[in-house]
Design a protein. Structure first.
Length: 326
């Protein structure tokens, strides 16, 4: 049996779909199927659905789990409840790591590019205590994810027992279907599509950095299907233990992204710029770009989806249809 935590969420639901399509089952999901998220799994065949609060008790006696894909997290970059965030994003993955190590079960878990902070230390997914100690995340979400990465590095360095195969994934800016429950944390692709449909324009933040033009702020945008492909590849890449970036390796501007949305709609770009809110202005990242050499060296050879192609597929294949769910 395959267990996917956060399986009703954005990336998690795509991992579940990919496992099902490749006959990698049965599949158990740990998540809360609330009114918004249940539709992400409505097309899937699930063996079991486990409430998050029951997960560790449910796992305790089982001996039929082949692998755990841990995507569950408090993923809001504006989270402020430190105790709850550290419980979910640190203490729970530590417990899952211990269970997988004790039971010889493979583990792939979600880290985040938020661990890189403002990017001043670069975006190199070097795995080691000294390399990780240099990073300074800018928010509670990033700090909680980083804390677990560092705990994994400490355990590996000290020879502590580990799962037989494990990998952590630093996802960059992911976009695609099934993100609709994320409210203010949805991708800019979805935000710009909604704005273009409602008002005929897309809204982007004005630059407050003289080195970047308005709309020139850049991110490494990655299609969610590519993320699921990496997860499934790593489940079987038993010699590839480590921490890996998951991006395209090519930063693109928000202006490029908005233009791709309008192109997918068959319209001329119409972009309006507004000031970056004061509350996040001093923590705003102007550039992110994943270094992808380590994943490529590990053996992952599949090309990543170009921004224009991914946006067109998202808009035309999902957002402009009656059923926008994967």
């Amino acid at each position: 049996m395959m267990l996917v935590t956060g399986g009703a969420g954005f990336i998690g639901s795509h991992v579940v779909a990919a496992l099902e399509e490749r006959s990698r089952g049965p599949i158990a999901v740990c998540d809360t199927l609330d009114e918004d998220k249940w539709r992400n799994l409505a097309k899937r065949r699930l063996a079991e659905v486990v409430p998050p609060e029951a997960l560790l008790d449910w796992l305790g006696p089982r001996r039929d789990i082949e692998a755990v894909v841990h995507m569950g997290a408090i993923s809001s970059t504006t989270a402020t409840d430190e105790a709850e965030t550290m419980r979910v994003n640190y203490a729970l993955p530590v417990a899952l790591w211990d269970w997988c190590a004790a039971n010889s079960v493979r583990l792939v878990y979600a880290s985040s590019a938020a661990t890189y902070g403002d990017g001043s230390q670069g975006f190199d997914d070097e795995f080691g205590q000294n390399a990780l100690a240099r990073l300074q995340p800018l928010n509670l979400y990033g700090r909680s994810k980083h804390a677990f990465d560092r705990e994994v590095a400490r355990r590996v360095a000290t020879g502590a027992k580990t799962p037989p195969h494990w990998a952590g994934l630093k996802f960059f800016n992911v976009y695609g279907p099934n993100e609709y429950h994320k409210a203010g944390q949805t991708s800019v692709v979805l935000q710009n599509w909604r704005e273009a449909k409602a008002s005929g324009r897309a809204i982007l933040f004005r630059s407050h950095n003289p080195n970047y033009a308005d709309g020139g702020q850049s991110r490494d945008f990655i299609w969610v299907g590519d993320c699921a492909d990496v997860v499934l590849w790593l489940l079987d890449a038993t010699g590839a233990n480590g921490l890996y970036n998951v991006g395209t390796g090519k930063a693109r501007s928000f202006k490029d992204l908005a233009a791709a949305v309008f192109a997918a709609l068959g319209r001329t770009p119409n972009i309006e710029y507004v000031d970056t809110p004061i509350a996040i202005r001093d923590k705003y990242q102007y550039f992110t770009e994943a270094r992808m050499e380590r994943l490529r060296t590990a053996g992952y050879a599949k090309p990543f989806t170009a921004l224009e192609d991914g946006v067109a597929h998202y808009v035309q294949g999902y957002l402009e249809t009656v059923d926008p769910y994967r």
